[in-house]
Design a protein around this ligand. Structure first.
Ligand code: NAI
Length: 338
């Protein structure tokens, strides 16, 4: 089956080619992001594969459908960039990679915490300039601190395990309790209590209408002064303007972001020679206590292998038996939005 692979990057190709080693599919690698203007590139391809920065809104899905596409295979777990209801209406099957490596994202989130806390990024630059002074580098023991984990699914659970290993008290909020987390001593509390008690708040919930701007001005004000906020989930879970205001007031102590509300125009590209037009993003970069990575939480060898394998498996199943051939766990439907 012909698969048009949008937003494909050179680092993904070896993994996708290996997963397609039996050449069951014709993989057409496209640099372009999927949008209304690029949908036509997939004309005649029964399957299209996209990543997190692609646009799979209703008009784009209608254009893909008109070109003969019947499978949309996401190379991601999150599916907030897809109009799932419209896909269902059109009869386009949507598949995702429900779990590739929760450890990849969890370890990245904890890496952000350690870097912000112990200021590795500043120490690295300083030592290279032969400045061996410690002023300004003081951190805190993670041991004994309270961390609040919002969303204790696969990634949140892995974060809880690492933080429990550090000797943190871990509070959690999730509408669905995870028994494995409870077994490791994680305490489920209402959000207000999590905000009030946590030295570190880390986000691992999906972006849904209920979580859009969950971290707004009121939530930030309810957090402890000096709190560290980590977001490796989706940018729009945080109201960036409210975050900037809280940083300027000095209420928020440090912030680690792997995702940003408007990252679609920025991330996964080399813009080093460009003038960035997004003033909100550029303001974020000016804070010494804000660390931004460009959506690289997933980016480990193991995760890339699993993403490629699951994507090709979904396509093979679809090729053989249509929607029913796609493993149930990979299928995205409006049921998941409820
Ligand atoms: P998951 O589906 O296993 O877990 C999500 C958890 O969030 C579930 O337990 C769910 O009950 C909970 N949840 C839903 N609504 C909530 C709310 N209002 N408040 C608190 N919790 C809520 O998903 P997984 O694999 O753990 O991934 C979590 C998110 O991480 C994804 O949705 C995606 O947005 C993001 N992600 C980021 C990556 C990166 O590279 N930075 C890579 C992979 C995922």
């Amino acid at each position: 089956m012909r698969i048009a692979i949008y937003s494909s990057k050179p680092y993904e190709k070896p993994f996708l080619d290996a997963a397609n080693a039996d050449a069951a599919h014709e993989l057409v690698y496209l640099d372009a992001r999927l949008s209304t203007t690029t949908a036509d590139l997939a004309r005649g391809a029964p399957a299209v594969s996209i990543f997190v920065g692609d646009d799979a809104s209703a008009p784009v899905l209608r254009a893909l459908h008109a070109g003969g596409t019947r499978l949309l295979a996401l190379r991601s777990a999150g599916f907030n960039h897809v109009d799932v209801a419209e896909a269902e209406r059109l009869g386009i099957t949507v598949a995702r990679v429900p779990a590739y490596s929760p450890y990849a994202v969890a370890e990245h989130a904890v890496g952000l915490m350690l870097t912000l806390n112990r200021k590795f990024h500043r120490a690295y630059a300083r030592v290279r300039e032969q400045n061996f002074a410690l002023d300004g580098l003081m951190g805190f023991d993670m041991h004994g601190k309270t961390a609040g984990v919002i969303g204790t699914g696969k990634i949140g659970e892995a974060v809880c395990a690492i933080l429990r290993g550090f000797g943190c008290r871990v509070l959690a909020f999730d509408p669905v309790k995870n028994q494995a987390c409870e077994a490791m001593g994680v305490e489920y509390v209402p959000l207000a209590d999590l905000y009030a008690a946590s030295d570190i708040v880390t986000l691992h919930c999906p972006l849904t209408p209920a979580t859009k701007h969950l971290i707004n001005a009121a939530a930030l004000a309810a957090m402890k002064p000096g709190v560290m906020l980590i977001n490796t989930s989706r940018g729009a879970v945080v109201d960036t303007r409210a975050l900037i205001a809280a940083l300027k007031r000095g209420h928020v102590g440090s912030v680690g972001l792997d995702v940003y509300e408007e990252e679609g125009d920025l991330f996964f590209k080399d813009l080093s020679a460009e003038v960035i037009q997004d003033d909100v993003f550029v303001r974020l970069l000016t804070f010494p206590n804000v660390l931004v990575t460009a959506h690289q939480g997933f980016f480990t060898r193991e995760a890339c292998e699993a993403i490629a394998r699951t994507t090709i498996d979904s396509a093979t199943g679809f090729d053989r038996a249509g929607a029913a051939g796609v493993p149930e766990a990979n299928r995205v439907s409006t049921r998941l939005l409820k």
